[in-house]
Ligand binder design. Sequence first.
Ligand SMILES: [Fe+2]
Length: 245
Amino acid sequence: MRILFIGDIFGSPGRRIVADHLQDIVKAQGIDLAIANAENSAGGFGVTPAIAEDLFGLGLDVLTSGNHIWDKREIYDYLGRTPRLLRPHNYPPGSPGSGCVIVKQCAILNLQGRTYMPNTDCPFRAADQLLAELAPAVKVRFVDFHAEVTSEKIAMGWYLDGRVSAVIGTHTHVPRTAERRQPSAGIRFRAIEMDDPASRDFTNKASRSGPWRQRRVRSPAKLAAPTSATWRRSLNQATRFAGGV
Ligand SMILES: [Fe+2]
């Protein structure tokens, strides 16, 4: 399955780009499922029912969102009757809408971080709950993790390693090159940001679980220092990246 993810569509310029290019990209790339984060597609704050309908009409299969989903009050009822528009699932029970939908045999999950973000329930536990409810037949599982800091996104990536197909970070409106293939995918590891070298030491199990354990359990967790080899590798990668700017 080929999935296209667009994040985040910002105001009318963002909507125009989607209108002008989405269908060409879908055709050229053989896209099976098109997802976009639309939390700021209405003038840069929130999304309205009319704009969501327009975006679906342009060919987007699922819209995810984040903290700005609540900015336009008219979206509240719409969220309740439109499963393909998601809001982060870890808002308290009783909030309109849902953070999970299955479209074309793919489960799309929407969660929100807690560092420098509005108070929500634990995204790690919410992920556990959603994944436990999914039928085993739903093998493709895609997560939009809407969070401020890269380290929290990396922690979620480690936490869900082997349990989902992809974890994508949104919210910061800044393209970041922190993509990687997790060890469970059996492919290469790539890290070119320097925020938390310990979290990228995938050879060290304590380093892998420390960042998310600290956030999930809210108690001190032992964080292992990166090995000198890992640190040197990170430095080399960062230097190479900086050299290419
Ligand atoms: Fe956001």
